[in-house]
Design a protein around this ligand. Sequence first.
Ligand code: AMP
Length: 206
Amino acid sequence: MKIVLLGPPGSGKGTQAHLICEKYNLPHISTGDIFRANLAQGTELGKKAKEYMDKGALVPDDLTISIVVDRLSKDDCKDGFVFDGFPRNLAQAKKLDEMVTLDKAIMIHLDDEEIINRLSKRRMCKGCGNPTHLDWLVNGKCEKCGGDVYQREDDEESTIKSRLEKQKLPQDVIDFYKQKGIYEQITSTDTKEKTFILLDEILKKI
Ligand code: AMP
């Protein structure tokens, strides 16, 4: 199963990618997570990516594509994967298309107002990496593993607005996948479980 999840920041791509990977035992490839891990480790890549991430801008394609090429070369990607946060423009989509044959590109749609509301309450788990939400925490800890949570720097309200403006998925990416006949769209619901049911209807047909 070779999938990309498309959608604005806060649409639940990361949460849904975790759920798909758990159910179907697939590797989760999040370019944002890879950049954040590099940042935490203080690598050159992390330092370069930070300049752009702090501004809510996209990291340049050469850097982003190089981490994807590297990740896809790993053994665990042989039989499938779920991309979350890649591709974000046509050049990335075309590059990915040269490397693999996707089964589906699924857009998780969400209105801007709801995105801002969700992202300002989003928290990340330091333990399991689960993206979670202030309302889901149990005694202030991750509802899945009990780990401590933190707020991503780019989830501050001013950065959220700039990410939404600068990172709107270009229509040409959607058209590219429509032309290939692999594009699907669902609308994010008020719970991750209900959204997953919609998504899984599509996945079961692959
Ligand atoms: P995300 O966790 O997907 O929201 O990504 C966090 C940040 O990493 C984004 O705001 C971008 O600065 C950068 N990033 C992640 N994926 C990509 C990508 N495919 N292309 C360019 N920049 C990316």
